[in-house]
Design a binder for this molecule. Structure first.
Ligand code: ZN
Length: 437
């Protein structure tokens, strides 16, 4: 029997973590942050690494690995699906407990190295793999990475092969048949899988009855805004997710079409771009300027008065008060003028703080008579009709919806039922609500 132990991210969104156990061997899949709780805990802290692990666990900011002490003795590896913080961000807080290898793709491992550096932590046993590969992690367990598309590069579906069948972990993904960076999803490898006992499935857009549009559509939306709007003699700022390298690539290409030099402003943005360069994905050096440190932002704009032949990419699309975009708007660092363009290539991640912060930021921009473009964006998560295709390809015996609130998980259950699954084969789990398959 294969045991599946949900540790974080079940009936909640964030801090993804699940243990798959077979006899006396197990693997941990993902070790992420609950961003909302983590930000709430750390926003008043200048040195967040000083928050004790116990507090982070108590406040539900990281997965509670202390509650699975027995299983921890059997762990052979930690495998990370992709570089988003809700999947990898908790690793630096558990370095003293991670006495096993950590596996991920090249970009994921490069990002993880930087997260560890930020917290002045170290892990020796990091393994960077290609996006399609197989490797052994114990006598009985073999891991397979299958390339899939998402909103950050080198995302994989993780398959845990055991002598009694496989568990497929697809959290997060989209099925993009015209990706702008990297290959299409590896459908052949998905269809080749045999004897899949369980599928753990991203459900964020399970309520949305459509197929998620390609990233190529997001590029067209950006092209329309950037090339179809009067911007001569105006400043342009685009804000998007720092880890969304494909989106950033589109912005850089469009800046070139406009004859503007791209300028990356913000530490987090530059950190992910460095990781992308190191992972061999893309290198913008020579093509763009980098303002890497928060402290340098002000001096950059003091020194560079001609800002209208540039296109600025800045962090802070959720309106985070400490991020670059809010600072530019608040502190009069940036020479905002009537009808400058601020483009939000993102959606607001739905929580109260984000809505409030964005409202404050947009109000300030409006007061300066800046033109605001919101939602120039396409999601990185699969929708209901992608889920259907995916379940058809994987043919799991059991379906375990994750990464969603109760309504989303229920919607995923309804889809599985519609596809002929019996109630007892669909499992809406809570953390530590373990099952055998
Ligand atoms: Zn993700």
């Amino acid at each position: 029997m294969i045991e599946i132990i949900p540790v974080g991210g079940f009936s909640e969104i964030g801090r993804n973590c699940v243990i798959v156990k077979y006899e006396d061997e197990s693997v941990i899949l993902d070790l992420g942050l609950n961003m909302e709780e983590y930000i709430r805990l750390t926003e008043d802290e200048d040195v967040p690494q000083r928050i004790p692990l116990k507090t982070l666990i108590r406040e539900n900011a990281v997965p509670d690995l202390d509650s699975v002490k027995e299983e921890m003795k059997t762990v052979k590896a930690l495998c990370i699906s992709h570089a988003h913080l809700d999947h990898v961000g908790a690793v630096p807080f558990f370095t003293s407990k991670i006495n096993f290898p950590v596996h991920g793709t090249k970009f994921t491992i490069e990002v993880l190295k930087r997260l560890l550096d930020d917290k002045r932590k170290n892990l020796k046993n990091l393994h960077a793999h290609p996006s399609n590969c197989k490797f052994k992690v114990g006598k009985k367990l073999e891991i397979e990475f299958i390339h899939v598309t998402h909103s950050t590069p080198h995302t994989v579906i993780i398959v845990v092969h055991t002598p009694e069948g496989a568990v497929v972990y697809a959290n997060d993904f989209k099925l993009d048949n015209a990706p702008l960076l990297g290959e299409r999803p590896n459908y052949a490898a998905m269809e080749k899988l045999k004897n899949v006992k369980a599928l753990i499935l991203d459900s964020l857009y399970a309520l949305d009855p459509r197929k998620t549009p390609s990233e190529a559509i997001a590029r067209e939306m950006l092209r329309d805004v950037l090339l179809g709007t009067t911007s001569e003699n105006k400043n342009i700022i685009v804000s998007t997710f720092s880890s969304h390298i494909a989106r950033i690539k589109s912005v850089v290409e469009l800046a070139e079409s406009l004859g503007r030099k791209p300028v990356f402003v913000g530490r987090s943005l530059c950190k992910y771009l460095d990781a992308a360069k190191e992972a061999g994905i893309i290198n913008f050096e020579g093509k763009a300027e980098f303002v890497r440190y928060g402290g340098k932002v002000e001096s950059y704009f003091k020194k560079h008065k001609n800002t209208k032949n540039k296109l600025f990419l800045a962090t802070g699309h959720q309106g985070e008060p400490k991020a670059v975009l809010s600072r530019l708007a608040n502190q009069k660092i940036f020479p905002f003028q009537h009808e400058d363009l601020v483009i939000f290539s993102c959606k607001i991640i739905p929580n109260e703080d984000n809505f409030k912060n964005r409202e404050v930021l947009e109000k300030k921009l409006k007061n300066m008579k800046v033109r605001i473009f919101t939602d120039v964006h396409v999601s990185g998560h699969a929708c209901r009709e992608d889920h259907r295709e995916f379940i058809k390809k994987i043919k799991p015996e059991h379906v375990i919806p994750t990464h969603g609130n109760v309504e989303m998980l229920e919607a995923q259950k309804e889809l599985a039922k519609e596809m002929g699954y019996e109630d007892k084969k669909i499992h809406i789990l809570k953390n530590f609500n373990r099952i055998f398959v």
